[in-house]
Ligand binder design. Structure first.
Ligand SMILES: [Zn+2]
Length: 453
């Protein structure tokens, strides 16, 4: 089996001790076989016939980013729903667009999203699909080489849901179970299934209870939106005389495999339930800012001991799915509130790597560079003009590699991306997708969607 040896990189492991050093990383059978500090003689890092060696001197190696809330089904709708309130954004645009998708146009949407994610350093994701055509998302993820949880959105009740998306409770559960049968553990285990009730206001209590029972007994991830806007919190209170989290808990949806996107508006009783049930929240800073939902109080959630991941959300509510920008924003937006020491750079890189892996129950596979884990790697060039002086020289003078990654790095700094040991992007170019062809397919797909809407 061919090995790949990345030689002489500044390796930022993001392991529990935050070890970082200059050295070699050996990839074998898709996994990290060795990490060797330079100057240490190690037989494993010596070149063998057939090995592929990559000169990484002056480059920085980090774990692939983990995003715990995305919508690949919405990639084509970027720039078609801007500067709107969430209810308008959802009801007047996004739901209608989603309802007009076909299996073919869904595949194009997912392919474009996966191309963007993989060239910009995200290698693991939790996706929420739309009501239909989830197989096309699974096929797209299978092709991409990335690791993903996928799931169809479940919507059986609520105001203004277009006929193209509305389903019965029984249909929603039946189709989700069938998809879970097909996709959970597919692509050699890279794909897992997540049950995705869209949010409390688009689902019947009966549906949520059934999802809670299935996820509790089978161990599936449960992925929903919650506490995103004041409107949603008030509506849930009006309908069920409870807090959003209190209601989701009462129907049995919460637990260590529950991932709730947004969490902008919580009261302490809700934080206590999240902590006690070990439920997770995905912070989506750019989406929350653009839709004016508010600023999720992540330092407070951490203080309560709530598990948190990071995600860009769908392309129409952030307009870029770039994990570096989410990290930068996540750090920046807390500082006017809590002061400049809140959300330090290293903590934020942890949020986007190791914490995301923990949220998805994948700590044994991804989230840090450690022997035995999947070789999901991002090689960065932090010696561009926007990083100032040469990175290693900056470190020697007391600089922080974490600050360079979180505050200054961009997708254009990504030199190589490996997923499961396979190089899928190099110098900003996908090794899987032909961008010109994707653009042409995207244009045709969007024309078709807009004519069907
Ligand atoms: Zn979302």
């Amino acid at each position: 089996m061919t090995r790949t040896i990345l030689r002489g990189a500044h390796i930022v492991t993001m392991n529990a001790d935050f070890d970082e050093f200059v050295g070699d990383l050996v990839v074998e059978n898709g996994r990290i076989a060795a990490l060797v500090r330079s100057g240490v003689r190690a037989e494993v890092a010596r070149e063998r016939p057939g090995d592929r060696e990559i000169d990484c001197r002056g480059r920085t190696l980090i774990p692939g980013l983990v995003q715990t809330h995305l919508h690949l089904c919405q990639t084509l709708f970027r720039s078609l729903a801007d500067d709107l309130r969430l209810e308008q954004w959802l009801k007047e645009r996004i739901w209608k667009f989603e309802g007009a998708l076909t299996a073919e146009t869904m595949r194009v949407s997912a392919d474009i999203g996966l191309c963007e994610l993989s060239t910009s350093g995200t290698t693991t994701l939790l996706d929420m699909g739309t009501v239909h055509h989830t197989d096309a998302v699974g096929e797209a993820v299978d092709y991409s080489g990335l690791r993903a949880f996928i799931g169809k959105a479940m919507m059986d009740e609520g105001d203004d849901i277009p006929a193209s998306l509305r389903e019965t409770t029984a249909e929603s559960v039946r189709e989700s179970l069938a998809l879970a049968d097909r996709w959970h553990g597919a692509a050699g285990g890279r794909i897992e299934y997540a049950f995705c009730p869209r949010f409390a206001l688009s689902c019947s209590t009966s549906l949520l209870r059934q999802v809670g029972e299935i996820c509790a007994s089978e161990g599936y991830v449960m992925h929903t939106h919650s506490n995103e806007t004041e409107w949603e919190v008030q509506e849930v209170g009006r309908r069920w005389q409870d807090t959003n989290i209190g209601y989701l808990h009462s129907v049995g949806l919460l637990g260590p495999r529950a991932v709730l996107a947004h969490g902008v508006h919580f009261v302490d009783d809700e934080r206590a339930i999240l902590r006690d049930t070990r439920s997770c929240v995905t912070h989506c800073p750019s989406s929350n800012l653009k839709l004016a939902s508010g600023i999720a109080d992540i330092p407070l959630l951490w203080k309560w001991g709530v598990r948190v991941g990071l995600g860009a959300d769908g392309a129409p509510c952030n307009n870029t799915m770039d994990g570096f920008q989410e990290m930068r924003l996540a750090a920046m937006i807390q500082k006017p509130i809590y002061g400049p020491t809140a959300m330090p750079a290293r903590r934020v890189l942890q949020l986007a790597t190791r914490d995301g892996a923990d949220v998805l129950g994948l700590s044994h596979e991804v989230g840090s560079l450690e022997v035995g884990k999947s070789a999901d790697l991002v090689l960065l060039d932090l010696q561009q003009p926007h990083h100032g002086i040469d990175g290693e020289a900056a470190d020697a003078l007391g600089g922080s590699v974490y600050a360079r990654i979180v505050y200054a790095a961009r997708p254009s700094d990504v030199r190589s991306v490996f997923a499961g040991g396979e190089e899928i992007a190099r110098d900003g170019v996908s090794l899987k997708y032909d961008t010109a062809e994707l653009h042409a397919r995207g244009r045709d797909a969007l024309t078709q969607i807009l004519s069907r809407r």
